[in-house]
Design a protein around this ligand. Structure first.
Ligand SMILES: [Zn+2]
Length: 411
């Protein structure tokens, strides 16, 4: 089962919100109607449940985890997804219409509990309520008993009527910071007795892949089980993380005089379909960076590095490279080299290389060398220097070719 923290100490992130709520619970001044919203997996349900525990606790420190209600709530609400007599859990589904809403609203009273005790109603997926149901709810939330708390949880606050939102206190949970997630993953790895090789790097890969959402990140460790030593590559089989900074030399060399650096960096890529997908993502991100976009799904450290590296590269060059590579369904290393050379401004602006002829050639070579599925430029015996260059195989020959020679070949 996916781990959910059962106390505020283990609830990582959202510190100021937590402090705000607990302060008000302590002073008995928390508003009776809250809406907790934010994208999925950021901790909304966990926060709502922990707050419900604090609100219904009869101990001095809230939640105390020792009073009668805390003990029963810990076992049912936190551990088993069940309500208690004073914490009611509702999950709204799309077919939640008037009748079921009326039924639910019957619980919006505190008739059967002493006025000194609180009751909490948690409405998960609240945006799924129909507009009519929300109208009904509005009537009932106008005058909530002072010891009744209603907490709505939603990923889509825009699915709620403005009148409902205006009546509640909105609590927005953002995704966690890299440091908070790092802490979370370390704790979880510890709890599972997992030893992670290259820990910092592996964790930052998980964080990037999980888009900084704790639930998504924790699921990776959950999938790894317990009591094991894990390598980065083992975890990477699960998350398919490719460090985008490996493409930096490829793009930065577009503006340089020589193209050797670019071809070398293509040679260094561990080439598979996955790499191609990430290269295209990377080029799109470069264009977004150039256009001043703000949101990226890249670890911050790497993003800064990319921004700095490509600041002198013409966006048109990147776009042309992207247009070249993205037209291939499968991008082999050789095709990438030819696309790279095709757009390199210092050399090949006018040489047109037919992609299909390269593909044909590659297929031919693959059939010849049956016991390996990778074809390197080395195995290819070029017919002419020009063909050699077109295939990007020049790196294996005398380097670098002079511009005059290249122009001679062009004729
Ligand atoms: Zn308690």
């Amino acid at each position: 089962m996916l781990y959910r923290p059962d106390n505020f100490n283990d609830f990582i992130g959202h510190k100021s919100i937590t402090r705000f709520c607990l302060n008000h619970i302590f002073k008995n001044t928390l508003p009776n109607f809250l809406i907790i919203h934010g994208s999925s997996g950021v901790g909304k349900t966990t926060l709502a449940r922990l707050l419900a525990l604090a609100l219904t606790c009869t101990g001095n420190i809230k939640p105390c985890y020792e009073c009668e209600h805390c003990v029963s709530a810990k076992n049912s609400v936190l551990a088993n997804n069940n309500g208690t007599s004073r914490i009611l859990l509702f999950k709204v589904s799309a077919d939640y219409k008037g009748e079921s809403t009326k039924e639910m609203l019957q619980h919006f009273n505190t008739n059967f509990i002493p006025p000194t005790l609180n009751k909490v109603i948690l409405l998960d997926e609240a945006h799924q309520m129909s507009p009519q149901a929300q109208d009904l709810l509005l009537i009932d939330t106008e005058f909530l008993p002072t010891n009744l708390y209603v907490i709505m949880i939603t990923t889509e606050i825009l699915g709620l009527r403005e009148t409902v939102i205006s009546r509640a206190i909105e609590i927005k949970l953002d995704t966690l910071s890299n440091n908070e997630l790092l802490l979370l993953l370390k704790k979880e790895a510890n709890r599972r007795n997992l030893i992670i090789e290259q820990e910092e790097y592996t964790f930052s890969a998980i964080i990037s892949w999980a888009e900084n959402k704790p639930r998504r990140a924790l699921k990776v460790l959950e999938a790894m089980g317990e009591n094991r030593t894990l390598s980065f590559s083992r975890i990477n089989e699960f998350i398919d993380f490719v460090d985008p900074s490996m493409f930096i030399p490829l793009v930065t060399s577009l503006s340089s005089e020589g193209f050797i650096l670019g071809i070398q960096s293509i040679n260094d890529l561990k080439f598979d379909n996955l790499t191609c997908k990430y290269l295209i993502d990377f080029l799109i991100d470069c264009i977004k960076i150039k256009n001043g976009a703000k949101k990226f799904n890249i670890p911050n450290k790497i993003l800064i590095q990319i921004k700095e590296s490509i600041k002198n590269i013409d966006i048109k060059l990147i776009a042309r490279f992207l247009s070249g590579v993205s037209k291939h369904k499968v991008l082999s290393r050789n095709l990438l080299i030819s696309e790279y050379l095709r757009i390199h401004p210092s050399l090949f602006s006018s040489i047109e290389i037919s992609a299909s002829s390269l593909l044909d050639e590659e297929t031919r070579i693959k059939t010849l060398s049956s016991n390996t599925d990778t074809v390197s430029a080395l195995e290819f015996k070029p017919k002419s220097d020009l063909e050699n260059i077109q295939r990007g195989a020049i790196i294996m020959q005398d380097l670098p070719p002079t511009l005059e020679n290249l122009l001679k070949w062009q004729k």
